[in-house]
Design a binder for this molecule. Structure first.
Ligand SMILES: Cc1ncc(C[n+]2csc(CCOP(=O)(O)OP(=O)(O)O)c2C)c(N)n1
Length: 1016
């Protein structure tokens, strides 16, 4: 209020000509007629000469005067000023003076009305009306009747905003009058009751006039109430973009915009019948089964279908959806059109599962369906992404999948593929991932060009009142009849959140007793007529349908359900693969099996290695100046290529570059991945002389190569990893990698790892080849930044520690059986091979790679081209090849290790001249565990002690995973000793000296051949 007043006060010193200028600008924007202007200039109308054809002439004069008061004769100027300033009827006109009179005398003598105060009044009144309009636009939703139960007020605030004149059913007439009096007479707006019938110009920021450019105040208020204070609330004035605000205003204010044809009303009724009767059918058949029904928010189905119809009409042909448990079966049945028998047989507890893995409960499963949209007669594909119970976790996954589908069909503006996300009100308000997902929406490599968000606000969260969402919400449709306003569609392709305020007729699930915790609310709910009944009664009263037609619609759908139920009894077995949300056509056989069970050599010919190396060490565009430091890095790369060697960065280049040649799209995403956190990668070059000019050499490798996307992500792990997982879901023919800045940061994305990546295939028979690059290593950097927590990934591997697998082919078959692959490579060549293998395998598994930090520049951590040529492959285990291996019977100890500690061990062994006594075997693929190769290693050194050595603390790292499996490989014939740091709570010490002491201690244990004597 204070602001409005201040604003008006600032405007007050406007001169008459300034006022006129403003009005004339309005005229240019939207042509108006003199008549309407005369409406508020009542004295003008009273002039006797203003009749018949002369009014046209006067109108022209008036327009001319509006634009420039000096352009008309002084007498007209006086007349219009007097008229506009409120001169009494018949007095505005002053006959022109004799020609001899001086003009200055004329102006003094003939202004009957003190123009300035009256012009001020005119301006103030118009400003007041503008403020009133604006007040409705900003705060109208506060008085909208959103809660069908009539209990809660919008934003939990029962007060009517002070600057709104509301006559909604909360206020009786007397209250309304009093309110108006307070706001008008000497009150807020300086208008009084007599102004209600005065006609006011409408500003261009409102559409309530339709074709009218001015309306009486009474009508202005009525129309504003119709637009903003009924059963839809819209909170949008925080949007900075004028065009978007105008679009929303137009969609809500235009008179008649909420009118529907009878055909549309019948369609809505039919959809409401399906939505309602589906839940009733489930309730009748399986009254004691959990299904998280939609009762109380049945309008969700017509709303979603309308969104899809409108989108299809605008050219969208693929809609990807994510949603929680509430109403999911109904969405599957009536929006996506999953066969009803497939849904019903999920309720049959006697059916056996056809697929391996855990499967999932019916209200988490996904779905993919291509069909004709009956309203638009266009093909549309609908996909509902499977999700875990973790509310909102699927949001970024849906976005990533949407982005990928847009990418593959060249939809750079999101006009063909779009996403819809449904949310519970409590989850939407409380889960941070909602924000993390929103945050991706404006980043070029992550935007999906807009998402429709629908919040199902049933006002409860399990057993507690749900916090009404504080995030700004655009549209708040209520679940009360008529449900027609649930029409959405935005040409801005932005986030479009809408909230459906409804109620929950049953408990959190159908087994719950809601009266325990929400007694009064449920008393109110029990009194509610179902929305279908209310809407049917309304349409019958309007003559849109008649009772028999309505009953026939119900009977028709009930019959569909009954027949499907009968068919569902023929199902003998439950197939989760019928619930796949992302099929990969052509990748598997028709039975969903891999096309082969072999993996070709991951090696590459010398020519390609050299070519990629050369591009990686050059700037492939002209007139492009790179930083001097980078020139040196590229020069060093060039020298390595000449010497036929690679370091880590080059090995990665070789893997990516070779796959791009084979048509595999590569997408590397994460914080600072373009340069590389450790400044080793430099996949995007920056021109030092031209701002924002960049070059990605990887995209200059081959003619017709697949595109390479490398993108620095926002500072989000949960959101971005979910997004990349979704991207990887869309196609098996892409290598999608997410790199954590440091490995430990993956834990803020733990939900994506635990709920999707690790068990995804087991729950939803959906494979995924995403790669996680997790920098890991104890390098004296303190408790953070050291450990990527290998123990957590290894603990979730599904291989049995106590059983030696009976397999002919460990190389591929073992991979096929696992839930994910965990590796820690000690050489660049092995890193190169494992990346290529990821794509050359005939199936997809997530790949977790613990990547190095100091090894990126370690002079010994280099590989020769020889280790990458055709015929070479990923080494699951790298055996010792030195003196110990030449004479294995003499070896006293075998140190098994993985990753960077290998270099510490070899240095120490050399220093102690123990190369013949101690063999060092590197386990490069931790999981699935290379039982076969390690068995051979153990057998090769029959007289040696077996020791697992790691730089991590004993309760962390790999020990707990490796020890039982190593014991299984040797049939528990010998102990497996431990050399490493002691158990600890933190992953690493923050003290450099302690770090070095600990390292030396573990090396001492590793090479002290008596260390375990007393323990044996
Ligand atoms: C991340 C997460 N935390 C807690 C839960 C347990 N839980 C399941 S449903 C639910 C209430 C959700 O309320 P709301 O979002 O309003 O949806 P509604 O069930 O009311 O439709 C909760 C807390 C969960 N599934 N996920």
């Amino acid at each position: 209020m204070f602001n409005l007043r201040t604003c008006a006060a600032k405007l007050r010193p406007l001169t008459a000509s300034q006022t006129v200028k403003t009005i004339s600008q309005h005229r240019l924007a939207a042509p108006r007629t003199f008549q309407r202007i005369r409406c508020y200039s009542a004295p003008v109308a009273a002039e006797p000469f203003l009749s018949g054809t002369s009014s046209n002439y006067v109108e022209e004069m008036y327009y001319a005067w509006l634009e420039n008061p000096k352009s008309v004769h002084k007498s007209w100027d006086i007349f219009f000023r007097n008229a506009n300033a409120g001169a009494a009827p018949g007095t505005a006109y002053q006959s022109p003076p004799p020609l001899s009179t001086s003009l200055s005398a004329l102006s003094q003598a003939q202004f009957l009305v003190q123009a300035q105060p009256n012009v001020d009044k005119l301006v103030e009144d118009h400003l007041a009306v503008q403020s009133l309009i604006r007040a409705y636009q900003i705060r109208g939703h506060h008085v909208a009747q959103l809660d069908p139960l009539g209990i809660l007020d919008a934003d939990l605030d029962s007060s009517v905003p002070a600057d709104i004149i509301s006559s909604t059913d909360k206020l009786d007439l007397a209250v309304f009058k009093e309110r108006l009096r307070v706001l008008t007479v000497g009150g807020f707006y300086g208008l009084d009751e007599s102004d209600l019938d005065k006609v006011f110009h409408l500003p261009t920021t409102t559409f309530i006039g339709g074709n009218e450019s001015a309306l009486p105040l009474r009508e202005i208020i009525r129309r504003l109430e119709m637009a903003y204070c009924q059963h839809i609330g819209v909170e949008f004035m925080f949007i900075n973009d004028l065009e978007q605000c105008q679009w929303i205003r137009q969609k809500f204010e235009t008179p008649g915009i909420m009118q529907f044809t009878n055909e549309e009303k019948r369609t809505l009724l039919a959809r409401l019948v399906r939505s309602t009767r589906f839940e009733e059918f489930l309730h009748r058949k399986w009254s004691s089964e959990k299904r998280f029904g939609l009762e109380g928010c049945e309008v969700l189905i017509p709303a979603l279908k309308t969104i899809i119809d409108k989108s299809s009409e605008k050219g969208v042909d693929y809609v990807i959806m994510g949603m929680p448990h509430r109403g999911r079966l109904n969405v599957l049945a009536n929006v996506i059109r999953k066969e009803l028998e497939q849904i019903f047989c999920q309720f049959d507890s006697k059916l056996e599962a056809a697929d391996e893995g855990s499967g999932d409960v019916k209200y988490h499963l996904g779905m993919y369906h291509r069909r004709i949209n009956r309203v638009t007669d266009r093909n549309i594909t609908l996909s509902l992404v499977a999700n875990p119970s973790h509310l909102e976790a699927a949001d970024p996954v849906v976005q990533g999948k949407t982005k990928a589908e847009q990418f593959y069909c060249g939809d750079t503006e999101g006009k063909k593929v779009m996403s819809i996300l449904l949310h519970g009100d409590a989850a939407f308000a409380g889960q941070g991932i909602v924000y993390e997902t929103f945050h991706l929406s404006d980043l070029p490599s992550y935007t999906t060009h807009g998402t429709v968000h629908v919040v199902v606000n049933n006002q409860v969260r399990s057993t507690s009142p749900a916090a009404w969402p504080s995030p700004r919400v655009l549209i708040l449709p209520g679940n009360r009849p008529p449900p027609e306003p649930h029409i959405a569609g935005s040409r801005f392709q932005r986030l479009l959140p809408s909230r459906q305020v409804c109620y929950r007729r049953n408990g959190h699930n159908e087994m719950d007793e809601p009266m325990f915790t929400q007694p009064l609310m449920y008393k109110q709910i029990r009194k509610q007529k179902p929305v279908l009944q209310k809407y049917a009664e309304l349409l019958i009263s309007q003559g849109v349908v008649n009772q028999p037609e309505y009953e026939e619609e119900i009977a028709k759908y009930d019959k569909i359900c009954e027949e499907a139920h009968a068919r569902s009894k023929d199902e003998k077995i439950l197939h989760i693969k019928h619930w796949l949300d992302s099929p990969w056509p052509g990748f598997f056989t028709l039975d969903g099996q891999p096309r082969s069970m072999t993996c070709p050599s991951t090696g590459l010919n010398e020519e390609d290695l050299t070519h990629i190396g050369q591009v990686a060490s050059s700037v492939p565009v002209e007139d492009f100046t790179i930083h001097g430091g980078l020139s040196r890095i590229l020069k060093t790369r060039g020298e390595m290529v000449k010497n036929r060697t690679v370091d880590w960065a080059l090995a990665e280049y070789m893997a990516f570059g070779s796959l791009l040649k084979e048509g595999i799209h590569i997408r590397l995403s994460g914080q600072d991945v373009e340069r590389g956190t450790f400044s080793h990668r430099h996949h995007v070059l920056h021109d030092q002389n031209v701002d924002k000019r960049t070059c990605i050499p990887m995209n200059h490798l081959w003619p017709n190569q697949a595109p390479y996307t490398v993108c620095n992500s926002s500072l989000s792990e949960y959101g971005v990893l979910g997004f990349e997982l979704g991207f990887a879901m869309a196609s098996p023919n892409a290598l999608v990698l997410w790199e954590a800045q440091f490995g430990d940061f993956h834990n803020t994305a733990q939900c994506i790892i635990d709920q999707f990546i690790c068990p995804g295939q087991a729950k939803w028979v959906r494979q995924n080849g995403i790669v996680l690059l997790l920098p890991h290593g104890m390098e004296g950097m303190g408790p953070e930044h050291s450990s990527a927590r290998p123990e957590r990934f290894l603990q979730m591997c599904n291989d049995d520690p106590d059983v030696f697998p009976k397999l002919d082919d460990f190389d591929v078959r073992q991979l096929y059986d696992c839930n994910w692959i965990v590796v820690n490579c000690s050489t660049p060549a092995n890193f190169f091979h494992v990346l290529r293998r990821q794509i050359l395998l005939p199936f997809r598994k997530p790949l977790i790679i613990f990547t190095p930090k100091s090894l990126l520049r370690h002079p010994e951590a280099r590989s020769s081209f020889d280790d990458m040529l055709p015929g070479t492959h990923f080494l699951r285990v790298i055996p010792d090849s030195g003196p110990a291996a030449q004479n294995p019977a003499n070896v006293k100890r075998v140190l098994f290790c993985t990753g960077k500690v290998y270099y510490d061990l070899t240095r120490e062994r050399k220093a102690r001249q123990m190369e013949a006594d101690v063999a060092i075997t590197r386990v490069e693929q931790l999981s699935p565990f290379p039982f076969d190769l390690l068995q051979k290693e153990a057998q090769k050194y029959p007289n040696a002690e077996l020791v697992w050595c790691q730089e991590e603390h004993k309760n962390q790292g790999y020990y707990d995973y490796v020890k039982p499996r190593l014991r299984t490989t040797i049939n528990r014939a010998k102990p497996v000793w431990y050399a490493g740091r002691e158990p600890a709570a933190a992953p690493a010490t923050g003290n450099k000296k302690t770090h070095l002491t600990e390292l030396q201690r573990l090396l001492d244990t590793a090479f002290n051949l008596d260390a375990f004597k007393d323990l044996a």
